[in-house]
Write a protein of this length. Structure first.
Length: 156
C-alpha cells in the first residue's frame, strides 16, 4: 500500500490530510525533519509494538524513544516488544518508514505519547518513504482514537 491507500482510508474515517510527496527520503525521523525543514521533535514516529502479541501503534516524537516498561504499564500487558518489519507490514499494510498514524488495514489500538498531545504543528508519515502530512496532536488523537499517555524514555 502507499500514500493513495492512506488517503482513501483516512477519508473514510472523515480525515482529509494534505499529503506532501518529497524528493528526499522521510524514512527516519532525522531524514523527515531535514526533508520538510522542521525540528526532529515535530516528526511523529508511528511505531508498532506487540503487547501480549496484540499489535499496538505508538505515536512518539521524532527525538524520543519509547520506554517498553512504561508502555507495558499503560497497556496493562504482561510483555511488550517491538514488532519485526514483516509483522508491521502484516498489521498495518505499510512498510517501516512509511507507516501512518492511522488508516491501517484495520483499526489498531493506538497510544499517543503525552508529549505530542498538545503540539500544534507536526508531520507524520503518509504511507510511503517520501510522503508526509502536516497535523497536530489533537488531530492525531481524534483521527487515530488514541489513548494519551506518557510512554517515553526518561533519557530520550
Amino acid at each position: 500500500m502507499g500514500p493513495q491507500d492512506f488517503l482513501r482510508r483516512a477519508a473514510s474515517g472523515g480525515f482529509r490530510p494534505e499529503v506532501q510527496e518529497l524528493a528526499a527520503s522521510t524514512r527516519t525521523a532525522e531524514d523527515a525533519a531535514r526533508a520538510v525543514g522542521c525540528l526532529q521533535r515535530q516528526i511523529v514516529k508511528s511505531l508498532v509494538f506487540l503487547a501480549d502479541d496484540e499489535a499496538v501503534v505508538v505515536l512518539q516524537r521524532g527525538d524520543r524513544k519509547v520506554d517498553p516498561e512504561r508502555l507495558r504499564a499503560v497497556l496493562d500487558a504482561g510483555r511488550v516488544r517491538r514488532a519485526d518489519p514483516d509483522r508491521v507490514y502484516d498489521e498495518t499494510g505499510y512498510a517501516i518508514g512509511g507507516v501512518p498514524p492511522f488508516g491501517h488495514l484495520r483499526p489498531l489500538r493506538t497510544v499517543l505519547d503525552a508529549c505530542l498531545a498538545e503540539d500544534g504543528r507536526l508531520y507524520a508519515a503518509a504511507g510511503g518513504p517520501k510522503a508526509l502530512f502536516a497535523t497536530s496532536g489533537e488531530e492525531l488523537r481524534r483521527a487515530s482514537g488514541a489513548t494519551v499517555a506518557c510512554c517515553c524514555a526518561d533519557d530520550a
